[in-house]
Design a protein around this ligand. Structure first.
Ligand SMILES: Nc1ncnc2c1ncn2[C@@H]1O[C@H](COP(=O)(O)OP(=O)(O)OP(=O)(O)O)[C@@H](O)[C@H]1O
Ligand SMILES: [Mg+2]
Length: 257
């Protein structure tokens, strides 16, 4: 079982998006995957996965003994992956009890833990139950600076592997020198990239239905991220190529048939 926390310094940089979409891409590779929402009090992975109407029990029910972990796992029928949702109530949850739940998921190949924003209790709980971390940042200076702070905090935990994902990359801006390139960001943070994800309107458009379509610009990027993680590849989305808009990509698909 690989226990991987997806975290960031700054909020809103794409942790939940990366967790959900990477989870699907790993499930497409035949892996048994569970996504755990560690944002106790502000649950949202169930919403991104469009599973919120099917939740009966959540992680707090498991921790407080109201149900077994198997009763709280919801399967996304399309991808086959499971979600352990968080609760909207916010009782005291210790790092130890949280880790106990994560460790009970040993039947899975991948446990992806969606870390809450900030560096308080929720952060500590999520990080201390993982063995690997993916730090998501965008190319903005404030996100990079916060990622740097988080990376130095992570050094104090017992993590075996730490990588970064650079999200919301805009190739045309990188080409014009208006946006820092993923290579420069990785160098600055002294941490290897495991994925580069472009800015993609499809992510926002399709977040309500729970799946980014395979013609989306970011689909290939997420597949490469999953393959890098699973097979140890080092292949990345090519941000130096000119990109088409959504309509251009749909047209390309139709004309290719
Ligand atoms: N590559 C991308 N292209 C376009 N929009 C994106 C991309 N990644 C994320 N977004 C959008 O950015 C918003 C924030 O993403 P998300 O909720 O995944 O961030 P987060 O880090 O989990 O936030 P929080 O810190 O609040 O938990 C969402 O509306 C999402 O659709
Ligand atoms: Mg989130």
């Amino acid at each position: 079982m690989r226990k991987i926390v997806v975290t960031s310094g700054k909020g809103g940089v794409g942790k939940t998006t990366v967790c959900a979409t990477l989870g699907r891409a790993l499930a497409d590779l035949g892996q048994r995957v569970v996504l755990v929402d560690a944002d106790v009090g502000l649950n949202n992975i169930d919403v991104v996965m469009a599973l919120e109407n099917r939740i009966v029990y959540d992680i707090v029910d498991v921790i407080t003994g109201r149900c077994k972990v198997s009763q709280a796992l919801i399967q996304d029928l399309e991808s086959g992956l499971f979600v352990l949702s968080s609760s909207c109530e916010n009782p005291v949850v210790t790092a130890q009890s949280f880790r106990g739940v994560i460790d009970s998921l040993s039947d899975f190949d991948y446990v992806l833990i969606d870390c809450p924003a900030g560096i308080e209790n929720g952060f500590h709980r999520a990080i201390s139950s993982a063995k690997e971390a993916i730090v998501v940042t965008t190319p903005s200076i404030s996100a990079i600076r916060d990622a740097d702070k988080v990376l130095s905090l992570l050094a104090g935990y017992n993590l075996n592997i730490v990588n970064i994902v650079v999200n919301r990359v805009r190739p045309e801006m990188v080409a014009k020198g208006e946006m820092m390139s993923p290579t420069d960001i990785s160098r600055l943070l002294r941490t290897p990239p495991i994925g580069i994800i472009p800015e993609d309107d499809c992510i926002t458009l399709y977040s309500q239905v729970g799946r980014v379509p395979d013609f989306a610009l970011s689909d290939k990027a997420f597949r490469l991220l999953a393959e890098n993680l699973h097979f140890g590849n080092k292949k990345f989305y090519d941000y130096t190529k000119p990109q088409r808009g959504i309509l251009g990509r749909v047209k390309k698909r139709i004309t290719a048939r």
